[in-house]
Design a protein around this ligand. Structure first.
Ligand code: 6R9
Length: 648
């Protein structure tokens, strides 16, 4: 194997392999350029043509209506996402094609054909209707990674209910907060799910959350683990009992293109998570096209995205994008290292996975576990690899390329966000050379720019700045649920004419974008977004804590580790036991992913004279830097910094 350090210095480009290119959907840079130009010059023609590949009950009268910052796509068009993901395929030879291949962590297998999935979705849609759920009602889904999760999402889409999937790793408290914000009428959960051989007690946590969510009238419980769970008569219903007694025919609700499809909560720079709202038509069209072109998806593919459905990647690229394309999408319930660190490669081998999409944090964990694990399995079926969630360091990129892709598979490094709904910046695998560390070029219709703090365009190659998007795109978020003012403030106030991504970026002379990471108070821990304010409010909700400031510290596998600086109330004393208690408290309040890696007790936090915590200083201290760089002239008390550095 070539030496990675040498490769890094070469600044290599990885051209699409000829074998790949000549079968690809987009085969050259020129082809990409021509389509890209059209997508900006005549977005209506471009997106109208794509949308025509899908089914509409009534056509749109206008492709785009843009009153910044509000976009409406496919105005007056009527469609239904579940119809496009299911009925459209059931009417063709795909009827008996595998739609979902599922593997449970303990090893069970289930294959649902398009016809199976279509019937299941209709049954569950009828069950939801029977429980009084209708168009526009919110349904919270708190589930493990099992087929019923996808069925629940599609059933909501079928009847026009708005789903809000809450990641199964979130705590009861985080779940309650999200149910309350959405005012959900119904909750779908399971008795539990499997993770690293243990049962995650979803129903127990749901019950705890439900104690404070009066809006929820009914709870549907899927039997997954078979563990005994309390069922509250009148409120709680077993999924399998409900679907037994309902017809398997449920006509799709005719939805306006701009009717809400789902809410998905994500962290921002304030304490309260934002309910990002996506609507039907634009989201459907954009995820359809990106899945097809970025993953070069063909009917023969076995496509596997390893995300959890609780995140946007699971929504767009496990469920909606692949199914609208009529693809076979694989779903795996559990951990990558259960029972051993080769579980993913075992799955690739067993099902003949051809397209594999995962996160850099997972790749770095595999690197650590060693090459022997993937080498135990045949990975020859793979033809394309992808990554998402955070910047990928070139070492990890090269390892992925050589060890997993065996030098044969192009890699797409896809930059996007919960808010963008779909992939925004990437290479197209048959058209572009890949450069390790660079996400690549804008997707069709996407107009990124790099700006400085004053709003000027940064045109000089390699110069960093803020990444913004200057054009509306079909799957852009439409608002923040229940808080339209926050939508404007959060995304459209930094620059009057552009969407503010919250990321820094630079561009090279070839027009490739390299994403530098968040520029706001959002951490990216193992690909999960966490707001520092959210973590801080969890800490100060502990009776011993007076004040807390949370920063990220570079971490070799997780990307960022969580470091919390904490001052205590006068009755409390620093101790190892309290340190552990605070970590557990944050994990209980938000979820295990939010557990701080380090708690540092301090007498005081460094503040400006106007009382703002100087996070920049804390970041440097957390990273172990002894020389504090940058301007400290506004610092209130220099001794505080000295103390924090000494770790007293
Ligand atoms: C899809 C998703 C969004 C944030 C985003 C950025 C980071 C995502 C990336 C990437 C560098 C990539 N991010 N993909 N950074 N390269 N390929 O992850 O959505 O959970 O909302 O996170 O993740 O910082 O702003 P979400």
């Amino acid at each position: 194997m070539e030496r990675i350090e040498a490769v890094l210095k070469e600044n290599r480009r990885f051209e699409p392999p000829e074998e790949f290119r000549k079968r690809a959907r987009i085969q050259s840079e020129a082809e990409y350029e021509a389509l890209y130009r059209e997508s900006l010059e005549d977005p209506e023609a471009f997106w109208g043509r794509v949308a025509e590949e899908l089914h509409w009950f009534e056509p749109w009268t206008q492709v785009l209506e843009w009153n910044p910052p509000h976009a409406r796509w496919f105005v007056n068009g009527k469609t239904n996402l579940s119809y496009n993901a299911l009925d459209r395929h059931v009417a063709t030879w795909r009827k008996n094609k595998a739609a979902i291949i599922w593997e449970g962590e303990p090893g069970e297998e289930r294959v649902l054909t398009y016809h199976d999935l279509w019937r299941e979705v209709q049954r569950f849609a009828n069950a939801l209707k029977q429980l009084g759920v209708g168009k526009g009602d919110r349904v919270t889904i708190y589930m493990p990674m099992i087929p019923e999760t996808a069925i629940a999402m599609l059933a909501c889409a079928r009847i026009g209910a708005v789903h809000s999937v809450v990641f199964g790793g979130f705590s009861a408290n985080a779940l309650a907060e999200r149910i309350k914000d959405a005012e959900a009428k119904l909750l779908i959960t399971a008795d539990g799910g499997y993770r690293r051989g243990r049962v995650v007690p979803l129903k127990a946590q749901a019950d705890e959350a439900l104690a404070e969510t009066p809006s929820v009238e009914h709870v549907v419980v899927v039997r997954r683990t078979g563990e005994a769970v309390p069922m509250q008569p009148g409120r709680d219903h077993w999924y399998h009992e409900l679907v037994e007694s309902v017809p398997d025919h449920c006509p799709p609700e005719v939805m306006d293109a701009e009717d809400p499809l789902f809410i998905l909560y994500t962290s921002g720079s304030t304490g309260k998570p934002k309910g990002v709202l996506h609507t039907t038509g634009g989201y459907m069209v954009y995820t359809y096209l990106t899945t097809k072109l970025v993953f070069d998806l063909k009917d023969e593919d076995t496509y596997w995205c390893t995300a959890d459905v609780g995140w946007i990647t699971g929504h767009s690229y496990i469920v909606y994008g692949p199914l609208v394309n009529g693809a076979t999408t694989l779903m795996y319930e559990g951990a990558p290292n259960h029972p051993e660190p080769d579980r993913f490669w075992r799955i690739v081998d067993k099902y003949g996975v051809t397209i594999f999409y995962t996160a850099p944090t997972a790749i770095r964990a595999f690197m650590k576990w060693g090459e022997a694990w993937p080498r135990k399995h045949r990975l020859d079926s793979l033809r394309l690899l992808g990554t998402v969630g955070e910047p990928i360091n070139p070492e990890a990129w090269l390892w992925y390329h050589q060890v997993i892709g065996q030098g044969r598979c192009p890699i797409v490094d896809t930059w996007w966000q919960t808010e963008t709904g779909g992939i925004m910046i990437t290479t197209l695998p048959g058209a572009h050379a890949a450069k390790p560390g660079f996400a690549g070029k804008p997707f069709f219709g996407v107009a990124p720019e790099i700006r400085d703090a004053e709003g000027n365009r940064v045109e000089t190659p390699e110069e960093g700045g803020y990444l913004v998007l200057t054009r509306p795109w079909p799957s852009m978020l439409r608002t923040v649920w229940g808080d339209p003012e926050r939508y404007r403030r959060q995304y459209w106030s930094q620059y009057p004419d552009a969407y503010f991504t919250g990321d820094g970026a630079r561009r090279d002379a070839d027009g490739y974008y390299l994403i530098l990471g968040r520029v706001d108070d959002v951490l990216n821990v193992a690909g999960h977004r966490l707001g520092t304010m959210e973590l801080e409010s969890a800490l100060v909700s502990h009776p011993d804590v007076a004040e807390a400031a949370v920063v990220g510290r570079p971490h070799p596998e997780k990307g960022e580790a969580i470091v919390a600086f904490v001052t205590l109330k006068s009755h409390a004393r620093p101790s190892e036991a309290l340190r552990e208690a605070l970590k557990a408290h944050v994990a209980n309040t938000i979820g295990p992913i939010a557990r701080p890696d380090e708690i540092r007790f301090a007498e005081a936090l460094p503040k400006t004279r106007s009382g703002k915590i100087m996070r920049r200083l804390l970041r440097q201290i957390a990273a172990g830097e002894t020389e504090i760089k940058g301007d400290t002239s506004t610092l209130e008390d220099r001794e505080v910094v000295e103390q924090l550095k000494r770790g007293e």
